[in-house]
Design a protein around this ligand. Structure first.
Ligand code: FPP
Length: 312
């Protein structure tokens, strides 16, 4: 998962092979970002959007130096895609987005929300409740689904059933990634498992209790800091995975309302989510021994029935 993703570089300026590194990052995702069978125009558009999304995420997670400043600078550059200042954006990844926006009405607002999510990540490292976590997903995951709908020019009126279902699928995919990446996020100082659930399942996290700086391993003890997950933590991960899969199931209805390539692509994302849940189950919910990775063959195994269901 993320550990295999290379850092994009603090300033998102041209890096040798930057695009190749983004393609490599794409391979580490749970879901097929742009299935090879999709038409070239659609794949180009999906890649252009993915690369910007990934860049924002990498600035928020991995950039050296002042990440908030890097994100704000990138946001300024991003804004020029919609409000050309004569020269256009500086970052190559944004230059590749320009024709996609010109060609097919891609909105700026979802990108702005992704910037806001990553700025929030610099400040907020704990979520008290499930609802608070869903609020974060509204900034960090829902915009991705909305962009995918825009890429496929799907008619999805604001607040309507299609948009809501896409939000559910996107949120479910992000939650599943969080559960896969509990150890990695913890090492970054972030815990996405809601604190009320940690309490309810009796998970100890003495770094918080003792008020020690998160990430200082010598102070960190308790269930979240072991080399492998305790029975209590495994029960919690199984519970949170089931909640994410329930959201995925609800949102998967969107696949049935889509047509053509959009249906195939979104079925691929849903199948990727199911493969991620399989990986968690296969690891017996132990998310501390490593990040359980989705297998390609599981994605395919889920894609076929997903498509059949949507055709009925
Ligand atoms: C129309 C429709 C439903 C499309 C699906 C859109 C889609 C693929 C959403 C994915 C959301 C997601 C996994 C975010 C992960 O963010 P993160 O910041 O946790 O990612 P990271 O772990 O890769 O950094």
């Amino acid at each position: 998962m993320r550990e295999s993703r290379p850092a994009q570089g603090a300033s998102a300026m041209p890096l040798p092979g930057a695009e190749a590194r983004l393609r490599q990052a794409e391979q580490a995702e749970n879901f097929p970002v742009a299935l090879r069978v999709l038409p070239a125009r659609v794949r180009t558009r999906l890649h252009a959007v993915y690369d910007v999304v990934r860049t924002i995420d990498d600035l928020g997670d991995e950039a050296d130096g002042d990440r908030a400043a890097e994100l704000r600078a990138f946001a300024d550059d991003l804004g020029t895609v919609w409000s050309p200042d004569g020269t256009g954006p500086r970052a190559p990844v944004l230059r590749r987005l320009v024709p996609v926006v010109r060609d097919g009405g891609l909105p700026q607002e979802p990108f702005d929300r992704l910037i806001a999510a990553n700025l929030q990540d610099q400040q907020v490292t704990r979520y008290r409740t499930w609802d608070e976590l869903l609020g974060y997903c509204a900034l960090s995951a829902e915009p991705i689904g909305r962009l995918v709908l825009a890429v496929f020019e799907v008619d999805a009126p604001p607040g309507g059933a299609v948009e809501r279902a896409a939000d559910q699928v996107s949120t479910a995919l992000q939650l599943l990634e969080h559960w896969q990446d509990v150890a990695e996020d913890r090492d970054r100082g972030r815990i996405y498992l809601p604190l009320e659930d940690l309490d309810r399942f009796g998970i100890t996290n003495t770094s918080d209790v003792a008020g020690a700086a998160v990430g200082e391993a010598r102070h960190d003890q308790g269930d979240l800091w072991s080399a492998s997950a305790s029975p209590a933590l495994r029960r919690l991960i199984a519970h949170e995975t089931a909640r994410a899969v329930a959201l995925l199931d609800e949102g998967a209805a969107v696949v049935r309302t889509l047509h053509g390539w959009a249906r195939l692509a979104v079925a691929g994302y849903v199948a990727g989510g199911r493969a991620a849940a399989d990986a968690l189950r296969r690891a017996e919910w132990d998310v501390l021994a490593g990040s359980p990775a989705a297998r390609r063959r599981d994605v395919i195994r889920h894609l076929v029935p997903e498509l059949i269901r949507s055709a009925l």
